[in-house]
Design a protein around this ligand. Structure first.
Ligand SMILES: Nc1ncnc2c1ncn2[C@@H]1O[C@H](COP(=O)(O)OP(=O)(O)O)[C@@H](O)[C@H]1O
Ligand SMILES: [Mg+2]
Length: 423
């Protein structure tokens, strides 16, 4: 069996790693992949993650299943073109990926189906946005409608800041077309949780709850990044809260998408704020989160090939899923100057030593240069380890991480500590 993974980050390395342990012994192809995926399967160069380019690679290698990692190819309809050409795909259609690709679409879906979320208004022009702002107390949240690689949300603490953000987004077009329309919404207070499920549109397999760490510096200070680390821990959500989220959020979402003519299949990420009044949805992503994927796939006990095939074939009801006990922690090692323009081309040392401590080092922005592994992007590596308890998992991940070195490396020293209050 041949499986093609589309993407090149830590999430895709984690998917490749978990697939490689399958009893089916699949042949794994990654387009374009990184230095980590090259040690598991075969990296395939690809000009762009466009529908035609991905379909051409899938055809050339006659693959049996395609798994798509990042959001852009999902929103651009790579899954649709692959299916039209007869390939089995684990990923949502472009119509279903609107749940991530348009914040207005997802807020309207939540409104229509009664899913708990922040109170909001949609503005199509700057004039309208400035008027809508009068109806919201500060802090207030502004969200560009389209994909913005994590740069589309502004939390404004004064009306002045909010007005400036409106003008930046809607008049100066700081994010291009993504910010032509905006969602303005109520600021929610609480603890954030990443809740991910795998679905074939009907059956739902919930993953253990996880938390991401978006800010570049300790204590959630500094600018936001793609994610500086994550941990998974069943204690983040009580079983009752998890059941409530499945009933009040996940089920209505899937029914709403189906009713919209866009049934959702694949990984669905639900970003939640657990407020004093209960869980509220912040956003949906049409994929596995990154770095959440690293911790969740390490925590998965079942065969990922079985799960992916069943989901893609809409037979998820037939599979049993089991999880390893205990939390898992992933510490991201980022390049100098990230989340600004990263310093790349630095030689990375200590990966083997880190893995000899029992951790797995998932690669993100890495490449091979001669006999060296070098950095090629902002997020470079994710050192991932599990433990019987959260303190043990944190200790194991940091013990392994201590071996990693490259020039200008940035790493938070508090990944997972938010969860210690539950232990
Ligand atoms: N209504 C809100 N209240 C408080 N914080 C919010 C709200 N919406 C978003 N945020 C914060 O902003 C971050 C980014 O928002 P999100 O909707 O996840 O968009 P994206 O991931 O596309 O940037 C969230 O992770 C959360 O920390
Ligand atoms: Mg988000």
């Amino acid at each position: 069996m041949k499986i093609l993974i589309v993407g090149s980050g830590g999430r895709e390395h984690a998917i490749a790693w978990k697939l490689s342990q399958s009893r089916h012994h699949p042949e794994i192809l990654i387009a374009p992949g990184n230095a980590g995926t090259a040690s598991i399967g075969r990296n395939l160069p690809i000009a762009a993650l466009s529908p035609d380019a991905v379909t051409a690679v899938a055809r050339e290698h006659a693959v049996d299943l395609v798994i798509i990692g990042p959001e852009l190819p999902l929103v651009e309809g790579v899954a649709d073109t692959l299916r039209e050409n007869g390939f089995l795909v684990l990923a949502p259609s472009a119509a279903a990926a609107r749940i991530e690709g348009s914040k207005i679409f997802s807020k309207r879906l939540m409104e229509k189906t009664g899913i708990p979320t922040a109170r909001f208004s949609v503005a199509e022009t700057a004039v309208e946005a400035l008027r809508v702002l009068e109806d919201f107390p500060v802090p207030v949240v502004l969200k560009a409608d389209g994909l913005a690689a994590g740069k589309g949300v502004v939390i404004a603490h004064t009306l002045e800041e909010a007005r400036t953000a409106v003008l930046d987004l809607m008049e100066a077009k700081a994010l291009g077309d993504a910010g032509t329309r905006v969602v303005i919404e109520e600021f929610l207070v609480g603890e954030e949780v990443s809740f991910i499920i795998l679905t074939d549109g009907v059956t739902v397999i919930p993953f253990p709850p996880a938390q991401d760490h978006k800010a570049i510096f300790d204590d959630d200070r500094g600018p936001n990044t793609g994610g500086m680390g994550a941990y998974s821990d069943s204690r983040i959500l009580s079983p009752a809260m998890q059941a409530q989220i499945l009933r009040d959020v996940v089920e209505p979402t899937l029914r709403g998408m189906e009713a919209d003519g866009a049934p959702f299949t694949g990984f669905l990420f639900v970003g939640l704020m657990i407020t004093a009044d209960g869980p509220r949805v912040l956003e949906f992503n049409a994929r596995l989160g990154d770095p959440e994927a690293q911790v969740l796939l390490m925590a998965l006990d079942s065969d990922l090939v079985d799960l992916c095939l069943a989901a893609a074939r809409r037979q998820l009801a037939d599979v049993e899923v089991s999880w390893k006990s205990g939390p898992t922690v992933c510490i991201v090692h980022a390049a100098a100057n990230y989340p600004g323009r990263p310093l790349v081309g630095q030689r990375i040392e200590g990966i083997r030593e880190a893995e000899s401590e029992g951790a797995i080092v998932f690669h993100a922005g890495t490449g091979v240069s001669g006999s060296d592994i070098v950095s090629t992007g902002g997020r470079v590596l994710g050192v991932t380890a599990s433990g019987e308890s959260l303190p043990q998992a944190i200790e194991a991940a940091y013990r392994a991480s201590a071996h990693i070195h490259f020039e200008g490396m940035q790493r938070r020293s508090d990944i997972g500590t938010k969860g210690l209050k539950r232990w």
